[in-house]
Design a protein around this ligand. Sequence first.
Ligand SMILES: *Cc1c(COP(=O)(O)O)cnc(C)c1O
Length: 358
Amino acid sequence: MSKKWLENIRRVTPYTPGEQPKEAGVIKLNTNENPYPPAPGVLRAVRNVTEDSYRKYPDPVCRELIDAIAKEYGLDPAQVFVGVGSDDVLAMSFMTFFNSDRPILFPDITYSFYDVWAELLKIPYEQIPLDDELKIRPEDYTRPNGGVIFPNPNAPTGALLDIESVERILAANTDSIVIVDEAYIDFGGVSALPLLDKYPQLLVVQTFSKSRSLAGMRIGAAFGSRELIHYLNQVKFSFNSYTMDAVSLAAGKAAVEDVEWFERTRRMIMSTRERTAAKLRKLGFRFSDSAANFLFVTHPEVPAEELFTVLRENRIYVRYFRQKRIDNYLRITIGTDEEMDTLTEFLGTYLENRSAGR
Ligand SMILES: *Cc1c(COP(=O)(O)O)cnc(C)c1O
């Protein structure tokens, strides 16, 4: 049989998400989840979702969540868009804004969903190499393009681009849309949000998955000029009117309203990050400063893949990317102080035994 219909199937290589181990008692430092629970009001809000809200379609314009976010960030609700995690928001943004024959630009080492969406949506793209220290060079983003996207801080390096450099990229790209993916901005970076007034082609994307402990609820947001948000909504309503469900709408609103919880937990993570960084440096690991909730580390004597494997055998999960230029690095999510102590103690013992030939 010829199966001629096979020719009409869209073939894609999907994004590979990090492992979600089923066994109990693992230390899970592999997908940048927040080790702390979401704000207490979130569970209350979820419990209070009425039977009627389950029965009926959710609010297609996500009014209450958008208003709460707009209020917190001092923006007009018409400048805010929400979706099912920032992955949904970003995919929708690729579809809405990247429609040029010219390639869109993003770093060679970055969030590995960008090239997947570009392939899926048949958007031409060019991956710009990071410099030898794995940093973005703003001057590389001045060539003709059909759009620009980069995370700040970058993933999986954790490196923060200072706000002056972000603005240089915007100033050099007034003819194309520039998306700054701020998934990790709450862990010590300076957001590009204040630049929205000056650059109508800027879209800032954030997520509730990391700094607001809601990866399981799938809530993401985009901030931009009213014009950009209008076009994003036109595409969303041409695709699926009900992206966000009643439960996540309620959870998201409660999360954004508890500023104190947000401040407290993100500060705990930043302080654990610095504590862990000092210990890992003592163990000989090398890495640049991270402004995210993870560290991207390499060891001059021990291959990353070996460490990844022994850690995993001892039920400590970190992320290893079998990818050129970074295949000797581990991305370690910042957990609680206790979890990080278990990790550094384990590594200390392992490295000691290894160099003693045991
Ligand atoms: C985690 C992450 C996202 C996606 O997060 P969602 O859970 O879909 O909101 C987007 N961009 C980067 C760089 C990330 O690390």
